[in-house]
Design a protein around this ligand. Structure first.
Ligand SMILES: O=c1[nH]c(=O)c2[nH]c(=O)[nH]c2[nH]1
Length: 302
């Protein structure tokens, strides 16, 4: 029985390329998920174990990041065309390349009606939540309302550091004076009353206050930013006794472009997936009323 190699292609999937344009204090960002693949005559790799014609997927990854700097990301299409053409010159046996790009859309965080210079919110990702717990009946009846939001994705391209931390023999993390800080925020806030509360208005305002605190707090750690958000919410809303946050630290690592003779002054980052720091905190009012059963229906920390 004759057996032969059929269609094949290979490449690097899901390069998470973050490009920051920081020529002025008003930054802009392009956030892409880039997958590259090459087709052509790669028979020798499949049949003979010969890699002589194979431009490694690792090189394709590096090129995706290097091009974010060298070519820039004016549009995903223009960047993709440059990348796709390049691979056909770099790999002689390639007869075709395909670059698939997903772009994540970010809006500037609005602070006092103005788009912030370096703080962004991912367009339309968050879910609003509400957990209502009722105990007993008649005069003894108790109602607890916990409102919340999930997956409010925010990023600031400067105005964040992390340094002076405890170090031991396993510490390798470098101190960061200026880093990207990003998280997918979950928050839940517990009301001390339901009388006369306009829950829609409160939701909008809590979200606005959290975004503004994220944007305007110079952050020495995500912990400090969460506390600032909680403080601002409790100060503005006497009907809320407690707010809990869960915030994955969505790490963005500077991509090492020195190796290709390119400078990277905080412009090209790889957005890491896992592992991530998970920072969680409760901010509560002095003399906060008893939570009763309010939190029992709420999964994990919050
Ligand atoms: O904001 C941060 N908080 C931490 O606790 C921490 N730990 C870490 O490695 N990076 C960070 N960043």
């Amino acid at each position: 029985m004759a057996i032969s190699l059929g269609s094949n292609q290979y490449g690097k999937a899901e390069n998470r390329v973050m490009r920051v344009y920081r020529d002025t204090d008003r930054h802009s960002i392009r956030d892409l998920n880039v997958s590259t693949s090459l087709r052509g005559d790669f028979t020798a790799a499949h049949l003979e174990g010969n890699q002589g014609d194979v431009l490694p997927t690792d090189t394709q990854k590096n090129t995706s990041f290097a091009f974010a700097k060298e070519v820039g990301i004016e549009s995903p299409e223009a960047y993709g065309v440059a990348l796709g053409k390049h691979f056909l010159t770099a790999a002689a046996k390639a007869t075709g390349s395909q670059i698939r790009i997903e772009e994540y859309a970010w809006d500037r965080i609005q602070v006092d009606g103005q788009g912030h210079d370096h703080s962004f919110v991912r367009r339309g990702t968050e879910t609003r939540t509400a957990i209502i717990t009722v105990e007993g009946r008649d005069a003894d009846q108790k109602v607890w309302v916990v409102s919340g939001l999930e997956d409010l994705i925010v990023l600031k391209s400067t105005g964040s550091e992390f340094k002076g931390f405890l170090k031991d023999k396993y510490t390798t993390l470098e101190e960061a004076d200026d880093r990207i800080m990003a998280t997918s925020l979950t928050a839940r806030w517990r009301f001390n009353t339901i009388d006369g509360v306009n829950f829609d208005e409160v939701y909008d305002d809590v979200k606005k206050l959290c975004l503004a605190a994220f944007a305007t707090t110079y952050s020495r750690a995500l912990q400090e930013t969460l506390y600032a958000m909680g403080r601002d919410v409790l100060e503005a809303h006497p009907e809320i006794d407690e707010i809990k946050f869960s915030a994955p630290n969505k790490h963005h690592f500077l991509y090492d472009l020195d190796r290709f003779g390119l400078e990277n002054n905080g412009e090209v980052f790889i957005a890491a997936d896992r592992p991530y720091g998970l920072i969680e905190a409760t901010v509560l009012r002095d003399g906060a009323g008893e939570p009763g059963e309010a939190w029992t229906a709420v999964p994990s920390f919050i």
